[in-house]
Write a protein that binds this ligand. Structure first.
Ligand code: F6P
Length: 544
C-alpha cells in the first residue's frame, strides 16, 4: 500500500494537525522530564531529540510505522543477500564488508562472501605495510611520499571525508590527496605540488568507465609517462574496481588491482577496497577499528526496538518533519572541523539513495521523500547562514553533531565549541519573545523609544526543530558507527517510503546526455534536434 494511504499515515497527519500551534518551549515547560523521555544512549553516545516537535502520541505512531512498513522484514531481506536493489537485480550487502571473521557466513546467491571480503582486506593490509614500510619503491627506486586517489561520487566522497575526519590519526610521512572533478583544475592543482618519482595513483572506480575518472586517470598517466616513461606505470598505478578486465586494459598489473563486488553500491563502498586511500592515510589497524564501529552499529540496528534504535529514530523523526510538518530540507551541522566533509558525503548517501518519486512497483509516489540536505561545520556556519535559520521564517530541521572530547585538544577551544553548539539548539528551540526582548533591552538601560524600535528585530520565533548527537570522541570506531548509522537511517526511510534506495537512474541519465553532447561540442556531430538553449550554448563555445 502507498505510504500516504495507510491508517498509520493518516493518524500521523492528524497528530501533526492537532500539535500544530504548540511551541517547543511550552513543551519543555509542561514536562520537566522531556529530555529524559526523548533521548537515548548507546555505547557512550547520546541522541537528544527532545528539541524535535514531537510528543508521546506522535512518537508512538512513528514507532508503529516501523512495524506497518515491515522494517524488520526488510532488514532480514538485506541480511539474506536478496536482490533488494530490484531495478538493477542486485543485493545490497555492505554490511558484509564489516562483518568480522569467524562470525558466520553471509550468503549471496548461495555462496559465502566472507572469504573474498577478508581476502581483499588482507591484500589491502599487505599493500599498506609495503607502502608504510617504504618497501614499495617507485620506478627510480625511491619510496612513495604522496598518494593520489582518482575517483568520483562513492569512489571519492567516503575515503576523502574519512581521511579528513581522522586527521588526528594520520600517518606522519605519507600525504593522501583526492582528485574527482572533470575540471582539469582539480588534477592540475594537485599534481603541481608533486613529484612523479614519489607519487602513487589509486584509480578508484566501481565500473572503471566513469568519464571523469577515466579522463583524470589518462591525464595522470600522461604526466607520469612523460617524466618516467611507459614502464613506470606498474610502480605508480594501482586500481580499485569491480571491473578487473577494464583495469587490465588500462595497463595496471592485476596484482595491483583491488576488487569489490556488484553487491556493494558506490555510496556504500567506503568499507571495501575503496577505503584503500584511507588505509594508507591512517593505517590498517585504524581502518579495522572503523569497520568494527560500523559493525557495532549494524548489530544495534538489527536488534534494538524502534524506540531505542538510533538509525530508526533519525529516520522516523525526519519522516515526521518531512511528511507531516512540511520541511523540505535538513541542515547537518557538525561542530567538528574534522567532520567538515560529512554534509557532502551524506548528500550523496541520502539524496542519491532516497531522492526518488517512483515506488517499488514502478508507480508514482504519493508523498515527499529525501529532503534537501545541506550544511557546514559549526561554528563557521553561525557566521554565514544561521541568520536565516533563526529569523528567515522557513522550517529548517537541524542536526547537530558534536564530540565530548576534542580530537585536537588546544587549550580553551573545545569548551567554547560545546557552548556554541548547545546555545544554538537552545536558541532555535526557545526563540526570544517580543516581551522578553523588550524587558532585556529596557534592563540594559536603553531608552523606551529605542527599545520599542529595536525589539521586533531582536526577537526570534524559535520552535525550530533540532536533534543533537553527542559522541564521546571522533576516532575510527565512532566514525565507522556514525556512517553506518546514516546508511541504516536511509534504509529505514526507503522502506517506509517504499522506494529502492540503491539505484540512481537520474544520475545515469545525465551521463547519457553528456556523452551525446560531447561530439557536438568537439564538432564531429551537428547537434541537429537539440533544443535552442542547448544548441545556443554549444554554438557559443564552438565560436571560441
Ligand atoms: O554519481 C553516480 C555514480 O554512479 C555513483 O553512484 C558512483 O558512486 C559514482 O557514479 C562513481 O562511479 P564509479 O565508481 O563506477 O566510477
Amino acid at each position: 500500500m502507498k505510504p500516504a494511504m495507510s491508517a498509520a499515515w493518516n493518524a500521523l497527519a492528524h497528530a501533526a494537525e492537532t500539535s500544530h500551534g504548540v511551541h517547543l518551549r511550552d513543551m519543555f515547560t509542561a514536562d520537566g522530564q522531556r529530555f529524559a523521555k526523548l533521548s537515548v544512549t548507546w555505547n557512550g553516545w547520546l541522541l537528544d531529540y527532545s528539541k524535535q516537535r514531537v510528543n508521546a502520541e506522535a512518537m508512538g505512531l512513528l514507532h508503529g510505522l516501523w512495524q506497518t512498513a515491515d522494517v524488520p522484514g526488510w532488514i532480514a531481506r538485506m541480511r539474506a543477500g536478496e536482490a533488494i536493489n530490484h531495478s538493477e537485480g542486485r543485493a545490497a550487502l555492505h554490511i558484509a564488508l564489516r562483518h568480522p571473521a569467524g562470525k558466520g557466513p553471509i550468503l549471496y546467491a548461495g555462496h559465502d562472501v566472507m572469504p573474498a571480503v577478508h581476502g581483499e582486506l588482507e591484500k589491502m593490509q599487505r599493500f599498506a605495510a609495503q607502502i608504510h614500510g617504504r618497501h614499495w619503491r617507485g620506478a627510480t627506486g625511491e619510496p612513495i611520499s604522496d598518494i593520489v586517489n582518482i575517483g568520483i561520487g562513492g569512489s571519492d566522497l567516503g575515503p576523502r571525508m574519512a581521511t579528513q575526519a581522522l586527521a588526528a590519526f594520520h600517518h606522519p610521512e605519507l600525504k593522501v590527496h583526492y582528485v574527482a572533478n572533470l575540471d582539469g583544475a582539480d588534477l592540475a592543482t594537485v599534481l603541481a605540488g608533486l613529484q612523479p618519482r614519489t607519487t602513487l595513483f589509486i584509480i578508484a572506480s566501481k565500473t572503471f568507465t566513469t568519464q571523469e575518472t577515466m579522463q583524470n586517470a589518462a591525464s595522470a598517466r600522461r604526466w607520469l609517462v612523460q617524466a618516467l616513461g611507459e614502464a613506470a606505470v606498474a610502480r605508480h598505478f594501482v586500481a580499485v574496481s569491480t571491473n578487473l578486465a577494464e583495469v587490465a586494459r588500462f595497463g595496471i598489473d592485476p596484482d595491483n588491482a583491488f576488487a569489490f563486488w556488484d553487491w556493494v553500491g558506490g555510496r556504500y563502498s567506503l568499507w571495501s577496497a575503496i577505503g584503500l586511500p584511507l588505509v594508507l592515510a591512517v593505517g590498517f589497524d585504524n581502518f579495522r577499528q572503523l569497520l568494527a564501529g560500523a559493525h557495532a552499529m549494524d548489530e544495534h540496528f538489527f536488534s534494538a526496538p524502534p524506540a531505542e534504535n538510533l538509525p530508526g529514530l533519525l529516520a522516523l523523526l525526519e519522516i515526521w518533519n518531512t511528511n507531516f510538518l512540511g520541511a523540505e530540507n535538513r541542515a547537518l551541522l557538525p561542530y567538528s572541523q574534522s567532520l567538515g566533509l560529512l554534509p557532502r558525503y551524506l548528500q550523496q548517501l541520502e539524496m542519491e539513495s532516497n531522492g526518488k518519486q517512483v515506488d517499488r512497483q514502478g508507480l508514482p509516489l504519493d508523498c515527499a521523500t529525501a529532503p534537501i540536505l545541506w550544511g557546514e561545520p559549526g561554528t563557521n556556519g553561525q557566521h554565514a547562514f544561521y541568520q536565516l535559520i533563526h529569523q528567515g521564517g522557513r522550517r529548517v530541521p537541524c542536526e547537530f553533531i558534536v564530540c565530548k572530547q576534542a580530537d585536537f585538544a588546544l587549550p580553551g577551544h573545545h569548551e567554547k565549541l560545546l557552548a556554541n553548539c548547545f546555545a544554538q539548539s537552545e536558541a532555535l528551540m526557545r526563540g526570544r519573545t517580543l516581551g522578553e526582548t523588550t524587558a532585556e533591552l529596557a534592563a540594559s538601560g536603553m531608552a523606551a523609544g529605542q527599545v520599542a524600535l529595536l525589539a521586533p528585530y531582536r526577537s526570534f520565533p524559535g520552535n525550530q526543530p533540532s536533534t543533537t548527537l553527542l559522541l564521546p570522541r571522533l576516532d575510527p570506531f565512532n566514525l565507522g558507527a556514525l556512517l553506518a548509522l546514516y546508511e541504516h537511517k536511509v534504509f529505514v526511510q526507503s522502506v517506509i517510503w517504499d522506494i529502492n534506495p540503491f539505484d540512481q537512474w537520474g544520475v545515469e541519465y545525465g551521463k547519457q546526455l553528456a556523452s551525446r553532447l560531447l561530439p557536438v561540442i568537439v564538432g564531429t556531430s551537428s547537434g541537429a534536434g537539440l533544443d535552442s538553449s542547448t544548441a545556443g550554448l554549444v554554438a557559443a563555445c564552438r565560436d571560441n
